[in-house]
Write a protein that binds this ligand. Structure first.
Ligand code: 13P
Length: 245
């Protein structure tokens, strides 16, 4: 899978223009292609991309199912736009909006209950890697939000390993660092759900992945694609990354 995460970029018209360019170019991709857009774009982008191989993701959903939560957008609302995926646990949500593993657990359950497939982000910050704690951090994130799920539910999850120090910094994990962590994540899944589930789980890499380094990252056996921020905002770059998968 190659998934884009537009974050808080592109107004509606600009977003539709980018989705339209992708629609023209992505005809027979060799992998699943997903674009994650702001909430307000979802319905129009889904309509535009209907019948194409491009899938649509929200970048978040609420941790409550409905009611008096002004400004929030529920998983059911996301689903009703035609979106199929929901990015959850992004490090920016964890850091700036204080989303804890417990909150994310609720969001995952609501997404699944409403037929959305979570793209769940995990990853350590710089200080944690420097202290050699990255494996413990990632393990705790998985245990805190996902490993309570049944096997069937867990099979709906796509994981994205996004080392926080690599996001938007131009500092990419080396292919060896990515492979090492992805293999570790897959071993944890195998411990909890067995080898078949682990082998079937898609684990994306994210963090300054671009059209120049994507092929080298994707060549690793445990790197199943990418979650792309900045480079997903430019059609040619995103298309080159899809071609690299
Ligand atoms: P960049 O590709 O801009 O580093 O962002 C990665 C990311 O956070 C995707 O979710």
């Amino acid at each position: 899978m190659v998934a884009g995460n537009w974050k808080m970029n592109k107004n509606l018209q600009e977003g539709l223009a980018l989705a339209g360019e992708l629609k023209q170019q992505v005809k027979n991709p060799a992998c699943a292609v997903v674009i994650g857009t702001p909430f307000i774009h979802l319905a129009s982008v889904c309509e535009l991309l209907k019948g194409t191989p491009i899938h649509v993701a929200a970048e978040n959903c609420a941790d409550k199912d409905k009611g008096a939560f002004t400004g929030e957008v529920s998983a059911e609302m996301v689903k009703s736009t035609g979106a199929e995926y929901c990015i959850l646990g992004h490090s920016e949500r964890r850091a700036y909006y204080h989303e804890t593993p417990a909150i994310l657990k609720d969001k995952v359950e609501l997404a699944l209950a409403n037929g959305l497939k979570p793209i769940f982000c995990i990853g350590e910050v710089k200080e944690e890697r420097e202290a050699g704690r990255q494996n413990d951090v990632v393990k705790a994130q998985l245990e805190g939000s996902l490993f309570h799920l049944s096997e069937d539910a867990f099979r709906q999850i796509t994981l994205a390993y996004e080392p926080v120090w690599a996001i938007g910094t131009g500092l990419t994990a080396t292919p060896a660092q990515a492979q090492e962590m992805h293999a570790f994540i897959r071993s944890l899944i195998a411990e909890h759900y067995g080898k078949a589930v682990a082998d079937d789980t898609t684990i994306l890499y994210g963090g300054s992945c671009n059209e120049k380094n994507a092929a080298e990252l994707f060549a690793n056996p445990d790197v199943d694609g990418g979650l792309i921020g900045g480079a997903s905002l430019v059609a040619e770059k995103f298309l080159a990354i899809i071609a690299a998968r």
